[in-house]
Design a protein around this ligand. Structure first.
Ligand SMILES: Nc1ncnc2c1ncn2[C@@H]1O[C@H](COP(=O)(O)OP(=O)(O)OP(=O)(O)O)[C@@H](O)[C@H]1O
Length: 269
């Protein structure tokens, strides 16, 4: 269904890919934990290469669980996750809500970690580490320890660490939720720039309607637990997006449509 503001919503049928080739698809995915909690039921979702897809839903609806299943950190109880290239790519980046840095290691060594785990020496990894730190504007802080950095800077290190591996798919679990608004807006713009430059596919978990509209090419709205995809909304605003987009009537329309979809998904009017 195409709405007047250009948003596209869909009913419960299998996930649809708007454009481009599928990088990963979930069909009928369910997850029941040993505790008996049914976190997900019948999740259908298709992600196209190069998309910026946000998973938006109420707390506890299973957004992180979807991300963990896609990352291969856990297995679905029912249903199937299929990769466009047949196998799950080895180079999936994961950015968590907490920066999860090693407090005893300098910024440089924190960014080196995933490359070191792949067997790269510090010398081999150096160009990638330097480039990753430059991309997030932290080139002058490579010798600093995490305790010497602000919350936003720590999150930049965490992004640089994912970036150093040059992932094809970047999974981000509410990475900016704990940051103040000014820092969050700045990191939103940095992330959009990197996404465009690197050609990543990003799957981004958020509670925030406004953040999801600003960042995404598509939003998948989830129901309350057990989570499934209730509606999808295409945000057909061209990139690069600038802070002016946040002030536009178009943005307000998208936010309203998304907010309404979220209310419906949560069983509201
Ligand atoms: N390892 C686990 N064992 C048992 N229950 C779990 C486990 N992980 C998550 N759950 C439960 O599954 C449900 C979905 O959790 P999940 O963290 O995926 O939700 P979420 O939408 O990401 O929540 P939030 O937005 O609050 O981070 C919750 O009820 C949670 O308590």
């Amino acid at each position: 269904m195409v709405q007047s503001n250009g948003a596209v919503s869909r009913g419960g049928a299998a996930g649809t890919v708007p454009n481009g080739s599928t990088i990963v698809s979930l069909s009928g995915v369910g997850k029941k934990f040993e505790s008996g909690t049914v976190a997900l039921s019948d999740v259908d979702l298709c992600v196209a290469r190069g998309e910026f897809l946000s998973l938006l839903g109420p707390s506890g609806c299973g957004k992180s669980t979807v991300l963990r299943l896609i990352a291969g950190l856990d297995r679905p109880t029912t249903g199937r996750i299929a990769w466009g290239g047949e196998r799950r790519p080895r180079d999936i980046g994961f950015v968590f809500q907490e920066p999860t840095l090693m407090p005893w290691a300098r910024v440089y060594d924190n960014v080196w970690l995933p490359l070191r785990l792949k067997g790269m020496s510090a010398r081999e990894a150096e160009p990638r580490i330097v480039e990753a730190l430059e991309s997030v504007g932290l080139q002058d802080f490579h010798r600093a320890y995490p305790r010497e950095l602000s919350g936003g800077m720590k999150m930049r290190v965490s992004i640089a660490r994912a970036l150093a591996t040059d992932p094809t798919v970047l999974l981000m679990d509410e990475p900016f939720a704990a940051l103040d608004e000014i820092t969050r807006f700045k990191l939103n713009d940095d992330l959009l720039r990197l996404w465009k430059e690197r050609g990543w596919t990003i799957i981004f978990v958020t509670h925030s309607v406004f953040e999801s509209v600003y960042l995404s090419t598509r939003i998948a709205v989830m129901t309350s637990r057990p989570g499934r995809i209730a509606e999808e909304i295409a945000i057909d605003e061209p990139s690069p997006r600038s802070p002016n987009f946040r002030m536009s009537a178009h943005y307000a329309d998208f936010a309203r449509a998304t907010s309404d979809a979220l209310s419906r998904a949560m069983g509201g009017a």
